[in-house]
Design a protein around this ligand. Structure first.
Ligand SMILES: [Ca+2]
Ligand SMILES: [Ca+2]
Ligand SMILES: [Ca+2]
Length: 367
């Protein structure tokens, strides 16, 4: 995403001055050197996002339903949401095909959660950091898993307004006390909100906590079971904060930027549950690898790194911004979980998302 070293080499001083507080997208400057990691390949990939010259895939989110649901007349058992940060939000099925596109503007990071009822109905909520100048905050979307009419789809719900200049990272935390929405600003500003639906059915966000990470940050993943909130500071490393707002700004650097482990930028973060175990997976964007930690114990335990190589007719993955993972049964192709990863350089067309079988990663790392 940020790729500031490449950016500085490529951009003119004029451009930098004009965009001092805004991201300039990394585009097609080469795939760079891929670091050491256990090789896996993707099972499938989505179509390229957007249109020619608009490389803009950024961040996915995976949701699996308890049973068959309907999206735009298609019967599926869940979906992958993926942002095109220059155009809006895609919904894909577990075969990588497009179910829906919402032309919602400059959406950057997206996450999905259950745990919110609207008008007494349990709903699926999607949230995305929104850099559209007229909106800056978190744009929210609703999906009704019980509706079966042919037009049932993800729909705009509302927004959380913020004082963050450039909304960037975003994740939900489904805690025992309710759902929190956590926004990370480009400059490392964190805003944590309690998200509910009001009597009028509209979203209500109450700020619970704010703190500053320090410098440019994006990746965000919550683990309510251990009361942990993991945040990636792109040029510093991965922090663990308390998820409970009462923990304030107390934090531990679980992984500094370091050769052969986590190479700047530290980008996307996600957590996958596999039986009793939970794993934190990060995007080490600078060397196109994915370090993994087991996090259900007292302290994170590093388990190794994987790389996504060419295979099964799908090109390798490099320069990843966002990723998301879900353990357990997803589909026949992903019976024990899926990891969806943004690919910065697709072999044909613009950027897209790759789907990896969790079993392949587990085997490659000996988990
Ligand atoms: Ca995400
Ligand atoms: Ca690629
Ligand atoms: Ca491809």
């Amino acid at each position: 995403m940020a790729r500031f070293s490449a950016l500085l080499a490529a951009a003119s001083l004029l451009t930098l001055t004009a965009c001092a507080t805004h991201e300039v997208d990394y585009q097609g400057e080469g795939e760079g050197v891929v670091g050491q990691g256990a090789p896996v390949h993707a099972v499938l990939e989505t179509p390229s996002v957007g249109t020619a010259g608009q490389d803009a895939a950024d961040d996915p989110a995976v949701w699996v339903a308890a049973g068959p649901v309907s999206v735009k007349g298609r019967t599926v058992n869940g979906f992958v949401a993926g942002t095109d940060k220059k155009a809006g939000l895609y919904l894909y099925d577990f075969d990588g095909q497009i179910l829906q596109f919402l032309p919602e503007g400059l959406l950057n990071n997206v996450d999905v959660t259950e745990g919110v009822s609207v008008g007494g109905k349990p709903m699926v909520v999607l949230g995305a950091s929104d850099r559209t100048p007229s909106k800056t905050g978190v744009s929210l979307y609703l999906y009704d898993p019980a509706a079966t009419d042919p037009q049932n789809a993800v729909q705009p719900w509302g927004a959380i307004g913020t004082d963050v200049v450039e909304p960037y990272g975003f994740c939900f935390a489904n805690r025992a006390g309710g759902v929190d929405a956590i926004l990370v600003g480009h400059e490392g500003e964190v805003r944590q909100f309690a998200l509910t639906a009001g009597a009028d059915g509209k979203p209500v966000a109450r700020e619970l906590r704010r703190f500053d990470i320090g410098t440019i940050s994006e990746g965000c993943a919550a683990d309510p079971e251990t009361d942990a909130l993991y945040l990636a500071e792109e040029n510093v490393g991965i922090w663990r904060y308390g998820l409970n707002p009462a923990s304030g700004a107390t934090r531990t650097l679980i992984q500094p930027i370091a050769a052969d482990r986590l190479v700047a930028d530290a980008e996307g973060l996600t957590i996958l549950r596999d039986g009793p175990a939970r794993y934190l997976i990060a995007s080490s964007q600078g060397d196109s690898t994915f370090p993994v930690w087991r996090i259900d114990g007292a302290a994170p335990e590093y388990k190794g790194r994987f790389v996504v190589v060419d295979g099964n007719g799908v090109d390798r993955v490099t320069g990843t911004d966002g990723l998301d993972a879900l353990g357990g049964f997803v589909s026949d192709q992903f019976p024990e979980g899926v990891v969806v990863i943004q690919d910065d350089v697709n072999d044909v067309g613009t950027q897209n998302f790759k789907y990896i079988d969790w079993r392949a990663i587990r085997a490659a790392l000996g988990l």
